[in-house]
Design a protein around this ligand. Structure first.
Ligand code: HEM
Length: 469
């Protein structure tokens, strides 16, 4: 990598920092991500032995993620397809296979499909409230995760995961194990830094028992659909099945390999489940925390939600949700303050000329530090403050598109971003319509974040006291 201004940080210094600082801040902090002096559009650092270009200028972010996407269409994660049934998931696919399958998979999240999912989401919100009514103090992440698990399983796969109601739900059990420990982070970072070692060590996306669980769920669901003639269902699972059956758009012509085989279904069931419950579950918990910590915001939100519910006979339709504009701002601000993925990964595929004349060569990894951008006071004054008004129409129109990246932007944006926003709105609207939320004394305020998790998480449980309104 050559860039006129950006000097990569020294390898030794980085290793020294690595030993003594929290992983989150090593990789994604202002210092690393700023990549040098104030005012630089991008910089670089050595991620152990690998030079990484770090881009923090919103205009350059938009060039890389949107207008010049053809140079950066890959994420650069590594998998071992031959012996990992979870390898062919959308997050890990790159190049031609990704281009082939992405359009079909995203069609399941179109607005007309989302509309039809709202009654189902609301049914799970009711169940959540029923369980909450048994407690005066709740663990926000627990309830949020369980709601998201049931919603994802039901809306996308037609499966009843019973996470909310059944304390022994197998889906909840497996969900807790997926990101427990460091298996996933180690797989991502070893694959990213040392692909040959990753292959040699036959590293996999998940531990064997988790892979087996999703293989069994896929088989059972396929058998059920066949025996009960459910092939007319129009959910995400059926899209995966029809991609396998028709093989349309699924053959990677460059390598001649079949992309959409049975492993493809297992891999995407696994990845849409994991990405689906975990990120939304965490944001749901962060919103509950912020509402409990900011009572005035909670009051404004409750007034809006009750007014709209009253207008729509207490039914949460798509239109009702659209009318909750303050709720929209609260969800947007939570996604600003808690950018779950912290950083967007890309790999340069075709040589790229930076605006300052520097050349990015193919193979160079690029990181876009959403977290550092979301905390840059130039774009978000007083960034630690939770302020939904940052997302008023006026404030949004003043901000650069590249300064708000919770879901990414461009052709590789989170395919389920609207689904995630709708499920969060249903979850939060129903909770604030029934309960006043207060922080339990044992919950840290300001909230401390987990230093080493791959996804942004609270360090300790977010406990909240409930009072019926
Ligand atoms: C608040 C919730 C969520 C957040 C903050 C979030 C965030 C993100 C981000 C930042 C990316 C990477 C974008 C990029 O590289 O440019 C991503 C990709 C992805 N997300 Fe989400 N996501 C959320 C919910 C979901 C849900 C509910 C699902 C599935 C049901 C999902 C499935 C995926 C998949 C499959 C990808 C990979 C897309 C690709 O590579 O083409 N996400 N998400």
């Amino acid at each position: 990598m050559r860039s006129a201004k950006a000097e990569p940080r020294s390898h030794k210094r980085h290793l020294r920092q690595f030993r003594r600082t929290e992983l989150r801040w090593i990789l994604f902090s202002d210092e690393t991500c700023a990549g040098g002096d104030e005012g630089q559009k991008c910089g670089g650092f050595y991620f152990l032995t690998r030079p990484v270009l770090v881009v923090r200028d919103p205009a350059l972010v938009v060039s890389i993620l949107v207008s010049d996407f053809a140079h950066f269409s890959s994420r650069g994660f590594h998998t071992n397809e031959q012996h990992d049934p979870l390898a062919k998931n959308l997050i890990h696919l790159d190049g031609q296979p990704w281009k082939l399958v992405r359009p079909k998979m995203t069609a399941s999240f179109a607005i007309n499909k989302l509309r039809t999912m709202i009654p189902d989401m609301d049914r799970f919100a009711d169940k959540t409230l029923e369980q909450m009514s048994k407690h005066s103090t709740v663990n926000a992440e627990d309830f949020s995760d369980k709601f998201m698990i049931d919603v994802v399983c039901s809306c996308l796969f037609g499966i009843d995961s019973e996470a909310i109601e059944n304390p022994d739900s197998a889906f909840y059990e497996v969900a807790k194990k997926i990101f427990d420990g460091y298996h996933f982070s180690v797989h991502v970072f070893v694959g990213y830094l040392f692909p040959a070692l990753h292959t040699f060590a036959r590293m996999t996306v998940a531990r064997p028992e988790i892979t087996d669980f999703f293989k069994k769920v896929t088989k059972d669901n396929l058998n059920l659909r066949e025996s009960e003639g459910l092939s007319q269902r129009k959910d995400f699972f059926q899209t995966l099945v029809s991609m396998k059956e028709t093989q349309q758009n699924c053959n990677d012509e460059s390598g001649g390999a079949k992309v959409c085989d049975e492993d493809f279904i297992v891999a995407n069931l696994f990845m849409f489940f994991s990405a689906g419950f975990d990120s939304s579950g965490k944001i749901g918990a962060f919103i509950i925390y912020e509402l409990a910590a900011n009572k005035e915001i909670q009051k404004i939100l409750r007034t809006e939600v009750l007014r709209v519910l009253d207008k729509y006979d207490n039914k949460l339709s798509f239109e009702a949700i659209q009318e909750m504009v303050y709720l929209e701002k609260v969800v947007a601000e939570a996604n600003r303050k808690y950018p779950i993925l912290l950083v967007i990964f890309r790999k340069c595929e075709k040589a790229y000329r930076l605006p300052d004349g520097g050349l990015i060569e193919p193979g160079i990894n690029v990181m876009i530090p959403s977290s550092a951008i979301h905390y840059d006071p130039k774009f978000y004054p007083d960034p630690e403050k939770f302020d939904p008004e940052r997302f008023s129409e006026e404030n949004k129109s003043r901000r650069h598109q590249g300064a708000y990246l919770p879901f990414g932007i461009g052709p590789r944006i989170c395919p389920a971003w609207q689904f995630a926003i709708v499920e969060l709105k249903v979850f939060i609207a129903r909770i604030v319509s029934k309960y006043e939320l207060d922080l339990h004394p044992s919950t840290n305020s300001p909230l401390r974040l987990h230093p080493r998790n791959f996804l942004l998480s609270p360090e300790k449980d977010i406990l909240v006291n409930l009072t019926k309104v």
